[in-house]
Every structure is written in structure tokens, then in C-alpha cells.
Design a protein around this ligand. Structure first.
Ligand code: ACO
Length: 365
């Protein structure tokens, strides 16, 4: 029997054309294009790129965006059903249950033709933001807000959450957030999804596996963890003692460290710039300064003192962006999923196209 690799660390499980990571140089590409080149496009264009393998031309983009906009509405009964449950403070539990309901209301759920899969993909990308916003509002007994046709995917989400049309920079920040969250090779949730797809389970079921795995605090749940940490630190003067206390107690610092990146996560650099610009527009640099102080002190502790390559990951400055967008921490993981769903769909299709059941062995002890 082969040597067991705990956590499958360093194991290559499959070939993919969807994304490429160089964890030493800090490079991330979707379909061969660096994220720095993609981040100024609309989310719809990047979603199309991931799902269809190439960037859309003008006609393809407007057709894709139209299809997304036409599918943003959700079945009214769905929210009524979901209001019966108390999801407490974890919006992801609500989203997971809502996607099960969406599958239930979709007559094509168990059809696997290319057309049915394409329709389901559009519905998933389109409906995620509507569900997240509607469930959040329902938890305060507020009515859902109808999607606004004039707005981009990201801007429309912010609008459906609050009823206020976001500023140009807020809309840009949300679009960039969804793009930077959209895809990341064989991260835990994508791997879980590909295992489900490899059994030829349907797309909704595979996406639900992705959601369940994204939830954990060591993966997508870390974004909420960072937001909670920013609240806990409570002042810039407290950063040093807060960090040293956590390290002494051997607690993980959320938003730092990565299995693949041994340098700064390239997404963190872009998020940091967006957070800085939002802090200027808001006339309030508190969250940005606090995060930068955490970054400086942790660079000293992790890299200079311990010699460990532990840097901010995607969840660190995205949490600061959410603070400026006034997004509640309990929505952070669900919003991550709103972006990631395009990458998940791409991986589902790639798995179906050249399938072999994913079934490793265990070493009996
Ligand atoms: N805080 C404190 N110590 C850390 C951190 C951290 N954030 N990250 C790594 N370390 C330390 C570990 O304690 C360990 O130390 P040791 O060798 O003395 O035992 C060493 O660095 C290696 O860490 P592992 O957790 O074993 O590395 P692994 O590759 O398994 O885990 C992970 C990577 C899960 C991301 C880890 O860095 C972590 O827990 N980070 C915090 C949670 C987080 O931000 N997750 C989001 C990741 S991005 C994403 O999934 C969307």
C-alpha cells in the first residue's frame, strides 16, 4: 500500500483546465488568465469564462447576463417554507436548505442532459444572491426585495439586501469579491463537490456537498471568523496583546495561512486595495488600519520570529471589505458561496465530461 498523506497534503488527485495556482510565486489563473486581468470584468463574464472555458464576446455576454437576470426570482413558497425554520446565526445552513428546496421546485433536477445541466447552472448562479438576501431579510420579518434588472450581479445583491442602490465603488467591490471568490482549484469544498459529481449525482446535490464543506471555520467559515476577530480586538492598541494571547494558547488566527500559498495570497492583495479605497470613501479608516496592524504584527510573529510562511489568505481583507459594505458576519460564508458557485459548476461539468469515481483507499491500523 502507498504511504498515507494526512489531509492528502501534496497529493495530485486529477487534471483540470479550470484554474492554476503557483503557491510559491503567488499566482492564480482562471482558464489560463491571471486574476489581476479578470478582476475588472463583470462577474457575469468571469462566471461565463469558468463555466464555458472561454471569455464571452459582447453578444455572448449580453445573452448570458440576460439569462441570469431572467432567472433571479425565486419561488415564493420557498421563503414561506424556510421561514418555518430558525437558522440562528448561521446563514449558510439556510442557504444549504434553500438550495435543496430549489432542486425540489426544479422539474429538471434529475435530468442530466447537457441542456438540463446548462439550465440548472444558470439557475444556481442567478438564484444564490436572491436566496441569501431574502433569507436574511426574512430573519428580521422583512419582505424580500425584487431583483433590479438594471444592476450588475454584485450590485443587485447589495440592493436586494438593503433596498439601497449601492455607490459605484460598493458595486465594484461586490463584483470583485464574487470574482475573487469564484474558483480555487481543488480546495476542500470543490473536492467534496467533485466526489459527489463522480458518482453521477446531480448538480444541485454536488453543490450542496460544496456548501456543507465551505461552512467549516478552517475553509470558507474563516471569513466570518475574521469579522468576529476584528470586533473582538476592539482597538488598534489591543492588537499586539490579542495576537500574542492567541498564539500562546495555540489558537489559529483566522484569515492567515494556506495549504498551497507559501507567500501572500494574490487575492488578498486585490482585496486590500479595495478595502483601502472603501475606507477612504467611508471617511473611516478604522477597520483598514486595524487589519493592517494585525498583518504587520503577524508578519513579525509568523515569518520573522518563527520562520513560517503564514500570510493573509483570501478571507482576511475580504472580511474588511464586508465591514465597509456593512455586511453582517453571519452572511460572510454564504456570500463567498455566491461567488464560488460558478467554479463549482465548472468542476461539476469537468468531472462529468471525463468521469471516474473518486474513491481512494484507507490504511487499516
Ligand atoms: N494561525 C496560527 N497558526 C497557524 C495558522 C494560523 N492561521 N495557520 C497555520 N498555522 C501553523 C499551524 O499551527 C502549524 O504549526 P505547527 O507546525 O507548529 O503545528 C503550521 O502552521 C501548519 O499549519 P496546518 O494547519 O497544519 O496547515 P494546513 O496546510 O493543514 O492548513 C489552513 C491550512 C487550514 C488554512 C491553516 O493555515 C488554518 O487553519 N488557517 C486559519 C483558518 C483559515 O484562515 N482558513 C481559510 C483558508 S483559505 C480558504 O479555505 C478559503
Amino acid at each position: 500500500m502507498e504511504e498515507m498523506k494526512k489531509g492528502l497534503e501534496g497529493v495530485v488527485a486529477l487534471d483540470t483546465k479550470i484554474s492554476f495556482i503557483d503557491g510559491i510565486q503567488g499566482i492564480l489563473m482562471y482558464r489560463g488568465i491571471k486574476i489581476e486581468e479578470l478582476v475588472d470584468l463583470p462577474y457575469d463574464a468571469v462566471s461565463y469564462l469558468l463555466i464555458n472555458g472561454k471569455l464571452p464576446d459582447e453578444t455572448e455576454l449580453s445573452e448570458f447576463s440576460r439569462e441570469i437576470k431572467n432567472n433571479r426570482n425565486i419561488n415564493g413558497k420557498q421563503i414561506e417554507v424556510l421561514k418555518e425554520f430558525d437558522f440562528g446565526f448561521d446563514a449558510l445552513d439556510g442557504l444549504r436548505t434553500a438550495i435543496s428546496c430549489t432542486a425540489h421546485f426544479d422539474l429538471e433536477n434529475n435530468y442530466h442532459s447537457p441542456d438540463a445541466n446548462k439550465n440548472k447552472s444558470i439557475k444556481l448562479v442567478a438564484k444564490f444572491p436572491t436566496i441569501v438576501a431574502a433569507l436574511h431579510r426574512a430573519s428580521f420579518n422583512q419582505k424580500p426585495i425584487e431583483p433590479n434588472e438594471e444592476l450588475s450581479h454584485g450590485a443587485n445583491f447589495l440592493y436586494m439586501l438593503t433596498g439601497r442602490i449601492p455607490t459605484e465603488l460598493e458595486a465594484e467591490a461586490m463584483e470583485k469579491d464574487l470574482i475573487l471568490s469564484a474558483e480555487h482549484e481543488l480546495n476542500p469544498s470543490t473536492f467534496a463537490l467533485r466526489i459527489a459529481a463522480s458518482t453521477l449525482s446531480d448538480i444541485y446535490s454536488a453543490v450542496i456537498c460544496g456548501l456543507c464543506t465551505l461552512k467549516g471555520p478552517l475553509h470558507g467559515g474563516a471569513r466570518k471568523g475574521v469579522m468576529d476577530m476584528l470586533d473582538e480586538v476592539s482597538s488598534i492598541e489591543n492588537v499586539q496583546s490579542y495576537v500574542l494571547g492567541k498564539l500562546e494558547r495555540k489558537e489559529k488566527i483566522m484569515g492567515f495561512g494556506h495549504r498551497v500559498y507559501k507567500t501572500l495570497d494574490p487575492r488578498a492583495r486585490i482585496y486590500k486595495d479595495v478595502a483601502r479605497r472603501l475606507s477612504i470613501e467611508n471617511g473611516n479608516s478604522y477597520w483598514f488600519d486595524l487589519a493592517e496592524e494585525l498583518e504587520h504584527i503577524l508578519f513579525h510573529e509568523f515569518v520573522e520570529v518563527k520562520g513560517k510562511p503564514i500570510y493573509p489568505n483570501v478571507d482576511f481583507y475580504s472580511a474588511v471589505v464586508y465591514k465597509y459594505l456593512d455586511i453582517p458576519a453571519e452572511l460572510a460564508t454564504s456570500i463567498f458561496a455566491m461567488g464560488r458557485v460558478s467554479g463549482w459548476i465548472a468542476h461539476c461539468m469537468e468531472q462529468y465530461d471525463d468521469n471516474k469515481v473518486i474513491r481512494p483507499r484507507a490504511h487499516f491500523v
